[in-house]
Design a protein around this ligand. Structure first.
Ligand code: SF4
Length: 499
């Protein structure tokens, strides 16, 4: 019997389950495949393709040096090189670590290859899907906060016996400071591309398939060693101040105090437990502020694990959910970046250059706009998946359909994250240099976030009334005159008609 391992692009870790399931690593046949067909599902960001393929090529090289029998194929599809490789190596069992993305699992299940295929349970998250499902079943609501506390207990993170260190589980209230005065943000840990990455950049430049964004300058890390450097950099220079300003947005400040590790976590170049432990150790040894450390750990031990758990827990219909029945097409400017709305324009421009935007830019500007403007959740999810450097099916379905757009009717989020220009003006400096006025609701200068916000509340009043946390906001809608409300409806409709 000969076992071979197919390593997928987001499983670039030697301790990954399929490799670990094999008794002997020396001369173990392993295969990597770059498929052109696969990247045509949507117009991916060019830097995402470079990151993925360069990281795959680097990891393949690392395994070659450790005496694995590595095949690296560049092909149209996955099946053709797999069939040839299975035959050439007389492989009788192909092992693959279960992919995180459901569509990819289907690809594997539909493969026609002349050997047995074994799926080995994915070990790239702290919670297994079985553990999550047994936590979730019989619960009326899947509250992230409950899940996060359970994670803290299970892995004994920031715990003093059975109590949270510092007495509180969640210090989020200390982490919402608006940007005020001159903030001295630390530099970002970037890298110069090496020969392998330059080859991939040349390949991406020569592609004749639709893509998004700019390929250069490409500055992401592509190995686990570089990913660890980014983690160390974050712990050393950013983590202490990460908390207070994590929701703030400033023109020209692309990364602020954010960790910049999500692309590496999602490729397998970092493991979530090593990230969490590194932050906890820094708290213990360097006395870093608890609000920053707890806020960061909640992102990894809480949100990230929760999103993945929910993704596998929900039924296959989840990606099609559309609770508000929003059907407006995604405006062209999401792809071109050409809009007079300064907040969106700044973020689109940053996204095109880097493939990155931080969580509040994603949630409270991009998703918020799509939510209140009534854009189709499926088109928005597809756009996020294509354009973000760390976007995959498992992370975008729940984040966009559930969290950002409330299209699952509140299974995941406690309220719809809709907001007017007031929020953006408070948490950023974008409004200062905008064509529109953040104070106006109607008229030529009115900020679209304003008339869309009130129009959204008005259109969905009945549904929103049933959401406990919305009743206070709806009271403000009731104070609005019929004439003003009618003008808001007309302006929102005109905007769509002329978009
Ligand atoms: Fe964005 Fe409106 Fe502020 Fe302009 S005024 S930056 S469109 S929120």
């Amino acid at each position: 019997m000969t076992v071979g391992v197919w390593i997928l692009g987001d499983q670039l870790w030697e301790q990954q389950a399929a490799l670990q399931s094999c008794d002997q690593q020396e001369n173990l046949p392993v295969i990597f495949i770059e498929s052109i067909q696969h990247i045509q599902t949507r117009p991916y960001h060019q830097q995402k393709l470079v990151l993925l393929w360069s990281a795959m090529r680097h990891f393949a090289e690392e395994l070659r040096q450790k005496k694995y029998a590595v095949s690296y194929e560049i092909a149209e599809d996955f099946a053709t090189p797999l069939q040839a490789w299975v035959q050439a190596n007389q492989i009788t069992e192909l092992r693959v670590m279960t992919p995180s993305d459901r569509p990819f699992l289907k690809i594997i299940q539909n493969l026609q290859i002349p050997c047995k295929i074994s799926l080995i349970p994915n070990n790239h998250f702290l919670w297994t899907t079985e553990q999550f499902n047994s936590w979730a079943k019989n619960r009326q609501r899947l509250l992230m906060e409950d899940f996060y506390r359970e994670g803290r207990r299970r892995w004994q993170i920031l715990m003093a016996e059975d109590k949270p260190v510092g007495g509180q589980w969640n210090l989020d209230k200390e982490n919402r400071q608006p940007p005020k005065g001159k903030l001295h943000t630390p530099p970002t840990q970037w890298f110069e591309p090496d020969k392998i990455t330059l080859d991939v950049i040349a390949k991406v430049k020569s592609l004749s398939v639709p893509t998004f964004g700019e390929v250069e300058p490409f500055r992401w890390g592509v190995t686990s060693q570089q990913a660890l450097q980014v983690l160390d950099w974050f712990i050393q220079y950013r983590l202490a101040d990460f908390g207070p300003y994590q929701d703030a947005m400033i023109t020209g400040e692309e990364t602020m105090w954010h960790a910049m590790i999500s692309p590496y976590l999602n490729l397998g170049l970092l493991h979530p437990l090593e990230v969490i432990k590194a932050a906890e150790t820094a708290y213990q040894q360097q006395q870093l502020p608890l609000n920053s450390v707890e806020g960061f750990i909640r992102q990894v031990l809480g949100w990230r694990e929760y999103m993945r758990g929910v993704y596998h827990y929900v039924d296959a219909e989840y990606p099609h959910k559309n609770w508000f029945n929003h059907t407006q097409p995604l405006p062209e400017f999401f792809w071109t970046g050409k809009t007079k709305m300064n907040c969106l324009q700044q973020i689109f421009s940053q996204l095109q250059r880097t493939g990155y935007a931080h969580h509040i830019q994603r949630l409270m500007v991009l998703s918020n706009f799509a939510l209140i403007a009534g854009i189709s959740p499926q088109e928005v999810e597809n756009w996020f998946h294509a354009t973000f450097i760390d976007g995959y099916d498992w992370v975008m379905q729940t984040n966009v359909i559930g969290m950002g757009l409330f299209a699952d009717g509140g299974m995941l989020a406690s309220k719809p994250y809709g907001a007017s220009a007031n929020y953006i003006n408070k948490m950023s400096d974008y409004c200062k240099n905008c064509t529109y006025s953040h104070k106006e609701r109607i008229g030529n200068n009115a900020c679209p976030f304003n008339f869309f916000y009130w129009n959204f509340l008005d259109r969905h009043r009945e549904k929103l009334q049933k959401q406990g946390r919305m009743s206070f906001i709806l009271k403000n809608l009731d104070k609005m005159s019929t004439e003003e409300l009618q003008s808001i409806r007309t302006q929102a409709q005109d905007w769509h008609d002329n978009c």
